[in-house]
Design a protein around this ligand. Structure first.
Ligand SMILES: C[S@@+](CC[C@H](N)C(=O)[O-])C[C@H]1O[C@@H](n2cnc3c(N)ncnc32)[C@H](O)[C@@H]1O
Length: 377
């Protein structure tokens, strides 16, 4: 066994063991608030420290290099500490979406997922890979709608366990399977999948060519890959300190080693062999209701009464309220140490995402649809 493989398997074992210590054995049975207050407190402290060690305000090349090298542990730790907050605020699909007038929040989230399934031409019976699958919300929606078999890949053990638990709960275990793995070095055989999709996940890669080349390898010739990529737009100028600050806020609060531009992503797809069929920034549509509205305090955008609670939790005031409650719970010892630091980092992310969205410097929905040619050129 090569030393890299040994390192990988040691890392996996350590992460799996740590997940048990942190979240307990009954993962999945609890979510949101209940899961949050029942963590092992000293393991949570360690998880927070592991996550925050790279987010020290430094944007110089040395700091960036360290974050990129430690992408696996960095992201694993990030999702260990934020998953409960995401589920509480957003539900079981961890992504943004467009909103139609009169449309309820969860309907819009589902439509965004089904649009990607439609664009990737997923058919009944297809074997599909969901790269960076979160707790499985999108895979459940897509599997139900299309009749495809979806395998979700994720490097966070806590989320994998939750996704499998939910697949059983919703009686979808015949169509769904969630496995632990790093998308930079997948363990699937070449040409395994009919279709591959990724929703707001591949931005965690230290190098886009790395994850795209793995996707290309495991996709069958003639197969389609569709992705909602988080990228900085062509308006972004890295040498502009204000732009860099916004990008850094997004990186810090979302556990991303480095934000890349849309051009970098498109070139990476081409360089690994894909034929790019479509490149469409869905955030650049002058929609009446902007994609980032749930993170703002703009009540005017709420479309249905049923969205009030979701909006309150994710809006500026709702987040301040959550941060205060978390601080209070941490003070009296109900919440694990470091929880407030996590909510502060998430707050920084929200500020950066809204600023980036408003200035159109950032998009969470750069849609690329790419195909693997039947024959190598
Ligand atoms: C913002 S969440 C999106 C989750 C899911 N696609 C959704 O829309 O609900 C990003 C996901 O990417 C996963 N991820 C990050 N880095 C990864 C890696 N190196 N290998 C596999 N999954 C990874 C995270 O664990 C997380 O589940």
């Amino acid at each position: 066994m090569s030393s890299t493989l040994e390192d990988t398997s040691t890392l996996r074992q350590r992460q799996a063991q740590f997940t048990k210590e942190l979240h307990g054995e009954d993962i999945g049975a609890k979510s949101g608030f209940a899961a949050f207050i029942s963590k092992n407190k000293s393991a949570q402290k360690e998880a927070v420290a592991k996550y925050l060690k790279h987010w020290d305000g430094k944007t110089d090349q040395e700091a960036e290099k360290r974050r990129l090298e430690d992408y696996n542990e960095g992201t694993h730790s990030y999702y260990n500490v934020v998953t409960d907050f995401y589920e509480y605020g957003w539900g079981s699909s961890f992504h943004f979406c467009r909103f139609y007038k009169g449309e309820n929040f969860y309907a819009a989230v589902a439509r965004h997922e089904l649009y990607l399934a439609y664009k990737s031409n997923i058919q009944e019976g297809d074997l599909v890979l969901d790269v960076g699958c979160g707790v499985g919300g999108p895979a459940r929606e897509i599997a139900r709608f299309t009749g495809a078999h979806v395998i979700g890949l994720n490097n966070n053990d806590y989320q994998v366990a939750k996704a499998n638990w939910n697949a059983k709960k919703y009686r979808l275990e015949d169509q769904l399977e969630f496995v632990k793995g790093d998308f930079m070095q997948m363990e699937f055989q070449d040409a395994t999948f009919d279709k591959v999709y990724a929703i707001e996940a591949t931005c965690h890669a230290p190098k886009l060519e790395g994850v795209y080349s793995e996707i290309y390898r495991v996709l069958k010739p003639g197969g389609t890959f569709a992705v909602y990529e988080w990228v900085m737009t062509d308006k972004y100028d890295e040498s502009n300190p204000e732009h860099r600050r916004i990008a850094y806020e997004i990186e810090v609060g979302d556990g991303i080693p480095k934000m890349f531009t849309a051009d970098v992503a498109r070139n990476a797809l081409k360089s690994v062999g894909f034929e790019v069929q479509l490149a469409d920034d869905l955030a650049d549509n002058n929609d009446e209701i902007p994609w980032y509205y749930p993170l703002t305090g703009d009540w005017k955008y709420i479309q249905t009464l049923s969205d009030l609670a979701t909006f309150f939790r994710t809006s500026y005031f709702g987040r301040k309220f959550t941060t205060f409650m978390v601080w209070l719970m941490e003070l009296v010892g109900i919440a694990p140490k470091g929880s407030t630091q996590v909510t502060n980092a998430l707050e920084e992310a929200a500020v950066g995402l809204v600023a980036g969205g408003r200035a159109k410097l950032f998009t969470p929905m750069m849609l690329f649809v790419a195909t693997k040619p039947q024959k190598k050129k």
